[in-house]
Every structure is written in structure tokens, then in C-alpha cells.
Design a protein around this ligand. Sequence first.
Ligand SMILES: [Cu+2]
Length: 171
Amino acid sequence: MYKLPHHRRRYAGVAVAAVLRLARVPLAVMALGCFGFAAASPPDVVVTNAWARPTVPGQTVGAAYLDLTSAHGATLALVQSDAAATVQVHAMSIDGDVMRMREVDRLALPAGKTVRLAPSGMHLMLLQLKKPLRPGDSVALDLTVVDEAGSPHIVHAIAPVRMMPLQQGTP
Ligand SMILES: [Cu+2]
């Protein structure tokens, strides 16, 4: 009788399949780390006032804005979106009479302070837009926030595409 080895093989097959599945979706595992295990204290980042400017056909660069409030000290390390090939955090500065933008590699989120990305200040630059942003559309943003222990957390935000709000500051 050789039934036992057959059963063993089946169990081994299940285990290997599970490992392969884990290896193939590291981002999903990272996301699970945020909500499932709570090994490091999550940064508790709240996103408010998110919106994106409409673009005209042919325009490949867009801008999105939002306010970020982190309960604990954290750093915004990366922003990604399905709507654009690259998303950069930009800061504005005045160089003589010229307004310039520069990329901010890592944006500090001090504990309990609201960091505002708003017109004529910091913003998210959406580079190589995949299609025009029309009013009524929305842009999904995945923010990678690194906590003080160095653990990354993904914070999801939705930025509705609309004209500049008349009033900023009220959620
Ligand atoms: Cu910019």
C-alpha cells in the first residue's frame, strides 16, 4: 500500500502553491502588514481635501492636491497612481522673478500637523497622464507612508477631478 506518499504529495503541493502566491504579490503582503499584524504602530494618516485639476486633451501633465495629517511622525516616501506613469511631490519656490518647481524626495509629516498640498504651494505632479482628467473623473492615489520605525504603509486616497474649490480648508 502506497497511499500515504500520495497524500503527502498533495499537502506539499498546497504548501508550495501558497508560497508562490506570497512571492508573487509583495505589495499585497505589504498592505496586509498595515492592517493585519500591527507589528509597528500604523502612522494613522488622514487624507482630506483631495482633488485634481482637469486637463485638456493632449496635456500629459496634471496636478493633484490634498491635505495629510499623521497622528505620529512619518514620511511620505512615494506616491503612485494608475492615472499617470509617475507621481512626484513638488514644492514651489521663487528664484528671482521666476516661480520654480522642485521635486521633494521625502515629505516629512510631523505628528499631529496638517501638511497641505494646495495650489501655488506643494502639489502632486502627475507625469505622463494615461488619459485626460475630466471633471467627474477621479484619480486613485496610493501613498507610501513610512513610520518612525521605518515600516512602509500604503494609504489610499481618491482625488475627484474638479475645478479649483472656492473654499479650501473645510473637509
Ligand atoms: Cu509641479
